[in-house]
Write a protein that binds this ligand. Structure first.
Ligand SMILES: [Zn+2]
Length: 227
């Protein structure tokens, strides 16, 4: 906690006019173009590894970067929290992209792999059920995450599973059909501080290095949202 309070004091001292101007402008409203869904894990810091700034990302973080699916009427089969973030980002902020970002050495994925019966944590045990589909897929998967430790492979499969859950929301389907909303699967490898993205053509997560980054950017231009 002391680190946080000292951090606030340091920020007050160091924040120059440029930073203050940014926040003065942002006080009038936000227009992020991306909804970023990540794990609560303290080692996953999207603002650092993706060099984002205040106002760039609308962020939803929870244990395991999970997204409960929807019923046909658009009501979450989990609680309302995650679905509310999606509704606000997609329908109100009109974000162009949604990223689901998993990561290596995820405690939630380890718990899921272990059967998600966590002593003294009934809510967490229940919450992790949104990863059951990925857990089931792990046994038969032949491409995605092959060669990784099981919990890391499960984490990559879960990213894909959560994207399918996102797709179950009628407003997401509508935004994809009407204005080209794009859904991305990312995976952050903590040990190498490297980000990978899911490449559907190759059916695997590919490291975003200079070459792949250029290719990824070009592919985005080909699939530009209409608004
Ligand atoms: Zn995690």
């Amino acid at each position: 906690m002391k680190k946080l309070i000292n951090g606030i004091l340091e920020f007050r001292q160091k924040a120059g006019p440029e930073v203050r101007e940014t926040f003065t402008r942002l006080a009038l409203g936000q227009s992020p173009d991306c909804l970023f869904i990540a794990c609560s894990d303290s080692r996953v810091v999207p603002n650092l590894f993706a060099s984002t700034y205040p106002g760039d990302l609308f962020v939803l973080r929870n244990v395991g970067n999970l997204m409960p699916p929807s019923d046909t009427a658009g009501r979450s089969l989990g609680d309302e929290s995650e679905a509310s973030a999606v509704e606000f980002a997609v329908a109100t902020l009109n974000v162009k992209d949604v990223v689901v970002c998993g990561h290596s050495e995820c405690g939630a994925m380890k718990a899921l792999l272990g059967g998600r019966d966590i002593d003294g944590a009934p809510n967490l045990s229940s919450w992790l059920r949104h990863g059951d589909g990925a857990r089931a897929r792990l046994e038969r998967e032949e491409t995605v995450g092959v060669g990784l430790a099981k919990h890391n492979q499960l984490s990559q499969l879960s990213v894909l599973e959560q994207i399918e859950h996102l797709r179950s929301y009628p407003l997401v389907q509508k935004a994809i059909a009407e204005r080209g909303l794009r859904l991305h699967g990312w995976w952050f490898d903590i040990a190498t501080a490297a980000v990978h993205h899911y490449e559907p053509d190759e059916r695997r997560f590919v490291l975003i290095d200079e070459t792949e980054g250029a290719r990824y950017l070009a592919a985005l231009d080909d699939r530009s949202p209409s608004t």
